[in-house]
Design a binder for this molecule. Structure first.
Ligand code: F3S
Length: 78
């Protein structure tokens, strides 16, 4: 299982992640990306059928703002 969240401090609202993984990433009012699954907490397991999309988003983000781990993220880790 994998977990993901977006570092909104470095996201530049480029829009690549939502194109790569439209079922996982959406954009807030400022166009910054967040994970829909858990309101960007990084604590929800990515459904298996979306894992490849998440890896594509990870590779495509120009600012390395897409974070992926095999463990759930906790606030202290971010
Ligand atoms: Fe932001 Fe990277 Fe997505 S810059 S909009 S997290 S591809």
């Amino acid at each position: 299982a994998i977990y993901t969240y977006v570092d909104k401090e470095t996201c530049i609202a480029c829009g690549a992640c939502g194109a790569a993984a439209p079922d996982v990433y959406d954009y807030d009012d400022e166009g910054l990306s967040y994970v829909m699954l858990d309101n960007n907490n990084g604590t929800a397991t990515v459904p298996e059928e979306y894992e490849d999309d998440v890896y594509d988003a990870y590779e495509g983000c120009p600012t390395d703002s897409i974070k992926i781990s095999s463990n759930a993220f906790y606030k202290a880790m971010k």
